[in-house]
Write a protein that binds this ligand. Structure first.
Ligand code: NAP
Length: 276
């Protein structure tokens, strides 16, 4: 089992420096993969209504025997934005999870043309006050959207989960988060594997430290101050991905990996891309 260190969120919660993505982990195989990950030391399980696997995530959490030490994350989908809609959406998620609390609740996409993310966040604060939600955060929010949320509610989200990988290092968003005490979480931290893991610069850094390319990339995330949530269904790869805290990249290596910057994986610009 790997010991994954934690940082403290702006609401006082201990938050692991690395977690498990669960997109496409479904059915009995999905539950088995998540139970294995928990046994391997993972504490964050990152789900969403739209991954259609909240039942599996909840089943894995309940089977773990350490439910209280897990940070089960789920996300409000675009079609549920609005105050009453979000309260209903959370109840549905809790029912499917079979848990009495969502540990980290995120707005999945801001959907600016709908214009209801502030109301949605207010509902999440009400759910937190009722003890149904632990930490409140967002996903795919830009700096102006975060500023609006903070100005209109007086609450700074604990987390903003954004696309972040060596092809899209998000320097400006990370600086904004650092300034405001928001924890960055990296989605698709391995760039969905693509050709990232065979980039020569990553191979060279990995060889220097005697680690795999995946480990070099995930260590890069944690040293940037972000929590990556790599998805793997394979227990051996889960261990490989979590075992990244026994070495440290140099500043030059961190810059070299960030030098791979070329843009988003798909056209997921939160100002224009909306998901329901
Ligand atoms: P990812 O974690 O970057 O990559 C996952 C892929 O890499 C899978 O094909 C996996 O295959 C493979 N992989 C994992 N570890 C590996 C290793 N050590 N060696 C070789 N291949 C490896 O992509 P992702 O699933 O898109 O992103 C991670 C999580 O972020 C998602 O699962 C989801 O929870 C979250 N997410 C959030 C948003 C959002 O809008 N908020 C958007 C996208 C994703 P195997 O399973 O076979 O190992």
């Amino acid at each position: 089992m790997v010991m994954i260190p934690t940082v403290t969120l702006n609401d006082g919660t201990d938050f692991p420096e690395l977690g498990l993505g669960t997109y496409n982990l479904r059915g009995d195989d999905g539950i088995a993969a998540m139970v294995a990950a928990i046994g391997n030391g993972y504490r964050i399980l990152d789900s969403a209504v739209n991954y259609q696997n909240e039942a599996e995530v909840g089943a894995a959490a309940r089977a773990s025997g350490i439910r209280d030490r897990l940070l089960v994350t789920t996300k409000v989908p675009g079609r549920d934005h609005g105050f009453d809609e979000t309260i209903r959406s959370a109840r549905g998620s809790l029912e499917r999870l079979g848990l009495d609390r969502i540990d980290l609740y995120l707005i999945h996409w801001p959907n600016p043309s709908v214009g209801r993310y502030v109301e949605t966040f207010r509902a999440m604060l009400a759910l937190r006050a009722d003890g149904l939600v632990g930490s409140v955060g967002v996903s795919n929010f830009t700096a102006p959207m975060l500023t609006r949320l903070i100005d209109e509610t007086g609450v700074t989200p604990a987390v903003n989960q954004i696309e972040l990988h060596p092809y899209f290092p998000q320097a400006a968003m990370r600086a904004f988060h650092a300034e405001h005490g928001i924890r960055t979480e990296s989605w698709s931290p391995l760039a969905r594997r693509t050709e990232l893991l065979s980039e020569p610069v990553i191979a060279a850094v990995a060889a220097e430290h005697g680690v795999t390319p995946t480990q070099a990339v995930l260590r890069w995330h944690t040293q940037l101050g972000s929590t990556p949530i790599p998805k793997s269904a394979d227990p051996a790869r889960q261990i490989e991905n979590a075992d990244v805290f026994g070495f440290a990249l140099t500043d030059a290596e961190i810059s070299a990996i960030g030098g791979l910057e070329r843009g988003r994986l798909f056209d997921g610009d939160p100002d224009t891309h909306e998901e329901m």
